[in-house]
Design a protein around this ligand. Structure first.
Ligand SMILES: [Zn+2]
Length: 94
């Protein structure tokens, strides 16, 4: 499934103007903002490189070589530890 990037444009929302990412099928309706629940605007750009988290040297090495590394958090949920892409991937599965 592709990952879509959205931005909440609801005035007064605590996450107004912030981007978030959603893993969904192309046929799915646009995702609502996770903070206010209003329909968010789907962005056409590729998902941005996320977050200024400190990585270990090993993970930085991964990233510099163009790899993206994910750590499995649970069933169908993965957290990015290095590289480009969304910070969290969750897949409800088949
Ligand atoms: Zn919102």
């Amino acid at each position: 499934m592709p990952i879509y990037e959205y931005r909440c444009e609801q005035p007064g929302c605590g996450r107004h103007g912030e981007r978030f990412e959603k893993l969904q099928r192309m046929a799915d309706p646009d995702a609502p903002c996770p903070a206010c629940g209003h329909p968010a605007v789907r962005l056409l750009s590729a998902p941005s490189v996320a977050m200024g988290q400190a990585h270990t040297l090993k993970e930085k090495h991964f990233s510099e070589r163009g790899f993206t590394q994910y750590k499995r958090l649970g069933k169908g949920v993965y957290e990015k530890t290095a590289g480009k892409g969304p910070a969290i991937i969750s897949d409800p599965g088949d």
